[in-house]
Design a protein around this ligand. Sequence first.
Ligand code: SF4
Ligand code: SF4
Length: 411
Amino acid sequence: MLFDALIIKVASRCNLNCSYCFMYNLGDSSYKLQPKFMSSDTIDAILAKTQKFIETYNKKSFTFIFHGGEPLLASKEFYTSFIEKANKLQNKLKNVSFFYDLQSNGALIDKEWITLFKKLKIHPSISIDGTEKAHDMYRVDHKGKGSYKKVIQGAKLVKKELGILDIVCVMNTEETPLEVYNSFKKLDANSVNFLVPDYTHDNLPKTKSNHTSLGTWMIELFDIWIKDKNRFKIPIFIGFLNRLMRIKENIRNESTVLIIESNGEIEAIDSLKACGHNFTKTSLNIHKHNLNDIETSSLGKLYFSDYSTKLCSQCEQCPLKDICTGGRLVHRYSQKNGFNNPSIYCSDLIDFIAHIQHYFIRCFPDLHNNENIEKINPKEIRDYLNNLPKKDKEDNERELEQFAVQNLLTA
Ligand code: SF4
Ligand code: SF4
């Protein structure tokens, strides 16, 4: 099995109430049935099943990612206990290395937490959406007050005391890419994992009349980033560049992690909560099942097979499919067709991919001439995709059936 990390939902509630949060505000309210904090019995079950999994698949490294809600709502004793037990398991297994990451909103980080991170070798990363304006547009507390000032204090402390600052940022096209980029430069960030907002075909992003498209926004950000000699790492751009140059990626993606909810339920990627109430449920629980039982659930079949190879017919016929890979699963979803759709950001992806390809061609004209690489023309690609034969109802139903069977066969 591909996965080599568990996202551990140590707390199911949050001190913030971000309006775009897939846990609380995008259609899935299943968090209300979860215990507020993970119990020590669940820790024991996770480690026992992790041991079995590592032995079965001969894993050499494994990462535990502490997550929530807000993971810093859990007690410091929780982390000490988890990692003490995990260290014992690591010693027993001998040839495996364990790593500990933590994804926090940053508002609760103080010196005591930093001391614990150092002691337990926990690597935190913090969610910041760029500038105060962009961040406070969505990342608010339960009274609707922006969290930026508190979060920045936490981020500065992490940089000062741990020497490394990794950030997760949801792209917000209502702020300029330059302002966002400079805000992270000011913090001396080491890496910014930019995320495309989680929307589906049934719940498209709301746009204002003068809005900047996501494609244009990403292009501007790319141009600023690529020209900066002291640039920080942006994984999404590195991924596109690697695929453009056909370099095999070795990074963690949606199909290399599994979620354990605070009551021990085993689930697939969190972002799919945006697809609707209870969407990520698999009926599996770490107290009763093994980690690899995820393969038996219908969501898991899709999730742990290479989902990028199961594309809708439009993506299958798209000349950019190897670079685009059809977009993330959540962006393909509609109640009508399941994941059998192109990404809602298809047009943005075409513009962005064309832009970075043109950039490369300018940088390496010889490579372009010798290899006879054709320059991508976004308009031509769009026209080609728009002119693909329209499917009638019967075609669509047949395609959905084929899609489902293909998932079963290749899972
Ligand atoms: S900090 Fe994270 S978990 Fe908490 S409300 Fe915001 S997005 Fe959701
Ligand atoms: S660019 Fe659009 S059609 Fe092409 S693979 Fe991506 S989502 Fe599919």
